[in-house]
Design a protein around this ligand. Structure first.
Ligand code: ZN
Length: 181
C-alpha cells in the first residue's frame, strides 16, 4: 500500500489535526467530558485512537505527543481529575496496567528504564488536567530505541501506528491473567 491509502485515516486526521494545532498553541484545552480526548479515544476503534489495550475501568493508549518512542498513557475511562477521585478498583487496575505497560514495552523494545507518573493539576504540568492519566515513558541508555525495530524512514503517524500494533500484539502475552494477579 502506498502513502495515499496507508496513511492516517481520514477520521483520525479530522479528529486529531485541529486538536494538535490547538494543543501546540496552548489553546482549546478541554472544558469538559464532551470535548475531552481521553473521553473520545475509547469511542474510536483501536487503530484510530492508538489504543493498545482496554480493561474494565482503565485503557492504555499511545501518546500522540510522545516524549519518547513507545510513550504510553494509562487512563481511567471516567472523566475525573484527581488520583483521590479513583475507586479502589480503578487504582488497582491502573497499577496493573502500569505494570503490564512496562513489561510490554520492555519485551518489544528492550527499554532500559522508565519514567512513571502523573501530573496532578495544570500548575504541575498536566496538559489535560481534568482527566487524570498516568505516563509510562520508556528510556534507553546510549542511542538505542524503537527505531532499529520499526525502521528509520517512517514519519510520526506511521511510527505511532506501527508502534501501537507491536504493543497491542505483545500486551496479551505480558498481562497477568485474571485470578493470578
Ligand atoms: Zn475525559
Amino acid at each position: 500500500m502506498g502513502m495515499s491509502d496507508d496513511g492516517p485515516g481520514t477520521a483520525f486526521e479530522h479528529l486529531w489535526t485541529p486538536y494538535r494545532m490547538a494543543y501546540i498553541r496552548g489553546e482549546g484545552k478541554p472544558t469538559g467530558a464532551h470535548d475531552c480526548p481521553f473521553c473520545v479515544i475509547p469511542t474510536m476503534d483501536d487503530e484510530q485512537g492508538l489504543v493498545v489495550a482496554r480493561g474494565a475501568t482503565v485503557f492504555a493508549v499511545l501518546n500522540l505527543y510522545p516524549y519518547n518512542a513507545g510513550h504510553l498513557m494509562l487512563v481511567p475511562y471516567r472523566h475525573v481529575p484527581d488520583y483521590t477521585d479513583l475507586t479502589p478498583a480503578e487504582v488497582a487496575e491502573l497499577g496493573t496496567f502500569t505494570q503490564t505497560a512496562m513489561r510490554t514495552v520492555r519485551a518489544v523494545s528492550g527499554a532500559h528504564g522508565f519514567n512513571i507518573g502523573m501530573n496532578q493539576g495544570s500548575v504541575a504540568g498536566a496538559g489535560i488536567a481534568d482527566h487524570l492519566h498516568q505516563h509510562a515513558v520508556p528510556r534507553w541508555g546510549g542511542d538505542t530505541n524503537f527505531m532499529p525495530v520499526i525502521g528509520l524512514t517512517r514519519v510520526l503517524p506511521q511510527v505511532l501506528r506501527e508502534t501501537r500494533a507491536l504493543l497491542a500484539e505483545a500486551w496479551a502475552d505480558q498481562a497477568v491473567p485474571v485470578g493470578e494477579a
